[in-house]
Design a protein around this ligand. Structure first.
Ligand code: SF4
Ligand code: SF4
Ligand code: SF4
Length: 590
């Protein structure tokens, strides 16, 4: 059905536009960008910043365009001296309580507040400070909140509630004491926050940022006694170019490898290798559960925000989670065991750095149980508890890696593409698509189908599980056994599938869940801004990367075959259980 049209006049010119939209959306469609600090397309329009004001003929005051619908016959003016003055005054009021320490700020150069000040020509604010200075929220392993830089736009609250259904943060206090806070002001690290970082991705200022580990990583890279290896998640190669100023979704795999080598890492490896390993373990786990009447549906466990979510909100359903560790953690465990042993390197000197699109991975790597390599070596090397080490030492986001590249003068446009190191840098197209929602499912089906049926997969591109629809499903015929599978991205959609499981109504055998909108390519550590159009560009590049691989199925990866022959012996075997599988804990809801 064709959308109803209305006639409006904008800045003196007539337009026919779709009905049922705000003035802000209508203007965007005809190429007029109205500035705003709080509006977030499809998520939040709480009209708190007062920057998007426009004139509407007949209205007694200026109106906020993000919450006012364009109506038939409306005459709108989007810029005038009066509008400019009002926007400026509202911005000055915001700035009165802002630290304005741009030079030393995490978001310097990528801050909507800073940009808007430049746009409106603000040099100073004539209003006095009204709010007391507030303490940082330093409780989370993944994120730091600075309430002093918060402009109370509400975007983080809206994303946390509407996209993730977590409701970890809200406005608390009144008047000059109002702020974004957590339950009992306990801090993000002490409540049911999943560390997904979607709040940081939409924050217009530096009021929520990832915990920065770049200095620790530099220190290890420059320590000649350490053997520092880096792994890069599939979504980094479609995000780092963008963070370095290239077009959104630029595919820069080879340049990224060259730049990491230039930075000083001893080996540049690929999480995609570990993604292939995950498929072997997870695929066999699924087949095993189907054959032995195990808990179904089995749900993927690669996304650490999702793991924390289910541990907090659906502890009764933990048995549905695959016991496989995430690819990042599988990588850490094999780097400090298989790789160290094969190349005769003391595992205590191996430092594993992960480059992830994800802030929750910073939390994941510090889960106490993520020290399998330590247990592997404990008796062999006579280690004591004091020698304990984690499988993954530090996680950097795409944004942090870009900072390191910029600091060391890496110029992507002049770098020649290089290859990953062997053996943990060898991967397949199946590993590449882990970066997009539906990718783990597609990769798992490519392997599970061939393992169960012994026949080649008729069609390698499983388009039914691709795309950005919140929940997608497909049916699969495994030699007469028909199974239904589903894919969900965002925790709100995951919640829907979990509620179905808990009501005993889930028709699925296998479910993939990714915490972030679009999957890891839209992770909380990716470049800012991340919009749906940008997510699409990154997804296109991920599927392009899949096609560039000559091997596109995890079980055909020669390095995966080698690790089973030389070390692990078989999927779900003793060593796999020791190093590649894990358990989950029940956490409270608070
Ligand atoms: S948040 Fe933005 S405006 Fe505020 S100090 Fe940082 S860069 Fe400057
Ligand atoms: S990290 Fe995720 S769950 Fe935690 S407050 Fe931010 S959006 Fe909510
Ligand atoms: S923390 Fe950031 S996103 Fe949240 S209300 Fe403050 S400025 Fe807005």
């Amino acid at each position: 059905m064709e959308k109803k049209k209305i006639n409006v006049t904008i800045d003196g010119r007539p337009y026919q536009v779709g009905a049922g939209q705000t003035i802000l959306e209508t203007c965007a469609q005809i190429g007029i960008k109205i500035p705003t600090l709080c509006y977030l397309k499809d998520v939040s329009a709480n009209a708190s910043c007062g920057i998007c004001v426009v004139e509407v003929k007949g209205a007694k005051t200026l109106v906020r365009s993000c919450v006012t619908d364009a109506n038939e016959g409306m005459e709108i003016v989007t810029y005038s001296p009066q509008i400019h003055q009002a926007r400026k005054m509202n911005l000055e009021l915001i700035l009165a309580n802002h630290p304005k320490d741009c030079l030393i700020c995490e978001r310097n150069g990528n801050c909507e507040l800073q940009d808007l000040c430049a746009l409106l020509g603000i040099k100073e604010t004539s209003f006095p400070r009204t709010k007391p200075l507030q303490e940082l929220d330093n409780t989370s392993l993944a994120l730091i909140r600075d309430p002093n830089k918060c402009i109370l736009c509400g975007r983080c609250i809206a994303v946390c509630a509407q996209v993730q259904s977590v409701y970890a943060i809200d406005f608390i206090g009144r008047g000059i004491k109002s702020k974004v806070g957590t339950y009992l002001d306990l801090g993000l690290g002490n409540i049911a926050c999943t560390s997904c970082g979607q709040c940081a991705l939409v924050c217009p200022t530096a009021a929520i940022v990832e915990r920065d580990h770049t200095q620790e990583v530099f220190a290890h890279v420059y320590d000649s006694n350490k053997h520092v290896v880096v792994q890069t998640a599939p979504a980094i190669r479609v995000g780092i170019g963008e963070a370095m100023g290239m077009d959104p979704g630029a595919l820069v795999t080879g340049q990224m490898v060259a730049a990491l080598r230039k930075l000083g890492f001893d080996k540049v490896f690929d999480t995609q290798f570990a993604a292939d390993l995950t498929i072997m373990e997870e695929g066999y786990e699924l087949i095993n559960r189907i054959k032995t009447g195990g808990t179904l549906p089995m749900v993927t466990s690669c996304s650490p925000g999702w793991i924390t979510f289910i541990e907090h909100f659906f502890p009764k359903s933990l048995a549905h989670l695959s016991t496989c560790k995430s690819p990042q953690q599988m990588f850490g465990a094999v780097a400090k065991t298989y790789y160290a042993q094969k190349f005769n390197i003391d595992p205590r000197n191996v430092v594993v750095i992960s480059i992830m699109p994800c802030t929750a991975k910073k939390f994941e790597c510090k889960r106490p149980e993520m020290n399998s390599a330590f247990h592997f070596w404990k008796d062999k090397l006579g280690l004591t508890e004091q020698d304990n080490f984690y499988d993954v030492d530090y996680v950097l986001t795409t944004r942090e890696l870009a900072k390191m590249f910029k600091k060391t003068g890496v110029d992507f446009s002049h770098l020649k593409a290089e290859e990953f190191d062997e053996p943990l840098g060898i991967s397949t197209g199946a590993g590449a698509i882990f970066g997009a929602t539906g990718g783990v499912m597609e990769a798992a089906i490519r392997t599970a189908y061939e393992v169960v049926t012994g026949k080649p997969l008729p069609k390698i591109d499983l388009t039914a599980v691709r795309g950005f629809e919140g929940i997608r499903e497909a049916e699969l015929d495994l030699d007469g056994t028909k199974i239904k599978v589903a894919v969900a991205h965002t925790l709100k959609n995951a919640r829907t599938l979990l509620e179905q499981i808990e009501e005993g109504k889930s028709p699925y055998a296998f479910i993939e869940v990714m915490t972030c909108p679009g999957g890891c390519l839209g992770g909380g550590g990716q470049p800012i801004p991340t919009t749906w159009a940008i997510r699409q560009r990154r997804a296109d590049s991920i599927y392009k990367e899949d096609k560039l691989h000559t091997v596109r199925k995890s079980h055909e990866n020669p390095a995966i075959k080698a690790i089973y022959e030389e070390f692990l012996i078989e999927p779900l075997g003793h060593k796999s259980h020791e190093l590649l599988h894990t358990g989950y804990v029940e956490r409270g809801i608070y």
